[in-house]
Design a protein around this ligand. Structure first.
Ligand code: GLU
Length: 301
């Protein structure tokens, strides 16, 4: 009887679409294994779908051999995912059209500042507010005339595109929320009010990378039909901004479940440059996939 009730509950539950979205800029380590298993389990628990997305938008750092290694490592963990896999480098047109939409609404503006100019302006200012990704852009290019902007773009001057966050918040309203069913770094959960202004006028595109992580991720999650975003809580703050972008671009809003980060014995978060916990290094040392599950607190189903 109880089993039948469980089956019924399961059948009426949302079948979640989750994803694991690594950047092929190094070998996967135990932290990635945790994130991948977490996403795959969330899909399995709802009889849903698990997707893989290769976040190779930064063409200067992404490498084909790392992508091959991702495939091998995930298969070794016993995971399977739908194919074809979405690769950001093959979808620049999607990000460009999202950017165009924001341009048409004058929600983004061209910024001609060099990194050095921004740094010196910040160093001189008494009040230099910090955001999750570092000090906020001081707004130098926000109020240039359309004529100046056009002339400088036409003359071929390099520029980035920045979100005019104040204008965007006015348009989208201040009542945006997102649903967090995991735990943010300060224990945040439930319906969270989005505060995209913590990022200031964030860059959405640069000459060398035509879409930032923030822009690409909201476009990809929408196009892939992701209903539950699971990821490390180092990206919890980014969700504030993602929620605003979803509102501006009229995209469906997934639910979020951020998870803990895996640390080493000294409590430091694992990084790609520490080769010691790379899955392939552990494998070479004789670790089995079962041992990885065990180490990370997953039961081997
Ligand atoms: N590519 C990101 C990373 O490797 C993950 C992005 C996401 O899950 O939203 O940290």
């Amino acid at each position: 009887m109880r089993a039948a009730a469980f089956e019924l509950e399961r059948a009426t539950m949302t079948k979640d679409v989750t994803r694991f979205a690594p950047s092929p800029t190094g070998f996967l380590h135990l932290g990635h294994a945790f994130a991948a298993l977490f996403a795959a389990r969330a899909a399995q628990d709802s009889s849903g779908r698990f997707l893989l997305r290769i976040e190779d938008i930064d063409l200067t750092r992404a490498r084909g051999d790392f992508e091959v290694a991702i495939d091998e490592d995930l298969a070794w963990l016993g995971l399977s995912w739908e194919r074809p896999v979405r690769r950001q480098s093959e979808n620049f047109a999607d990000y460009a059209s999202a950017l165009d939409r924001l341009k048409t609404q004058r929600l983004i503006y061209p910024c001609f500042c060099t990194r050095r100019e921004i740094a010196s302006e910040i160093a001189e200012s008494v009040l230099a507010p910090q955001g999750p990704d570092g000090p906020l852009y001081p707004g130098t290019c926000r109020n240039r005339s359309s004529m100046e902007r056009e002339e400088r773009i036409e003359s071929g001057e390099q520029h980035a595109w920045r979100l005019d966050v104040e204008r965007c918040t006015e348009l989208a309203g201040s009542a945006l929320t997102f649903n967090e069913s995991g735990l943010g770094p300060r224990g945040e959960s439930g319906a969270i009010s989005a505060r995209p202004e913590i990022f200031g006028d964030v860059v959405l595109a640069r000459k060398e990378t035509p879409a930032s992580y923030h822009l690409a991720v909201v476009v990809d999650d929408a196009l892939q039909g992701v209903t539950l975003v699971t990821r490390g809580n180092d990206l919890f703050q980014a969700t504030h901004l993602h929620r605003l972008l979803q509102a501006l671009l009229d995209l469906p809003v997934p639910r979020y479940r951020h998870h803990r980060l895996i640390t080493d014995a000294s409590g430091k978060r694992l990084a790609k440059r520490d080769a010691a916990t790379a899955l392939r290094a552990l494998r070479a040392e004789g670790w089995t996939a079962a041992r990885v599950y065990d180490e990370l607190g997953f039961t081997n189903r």
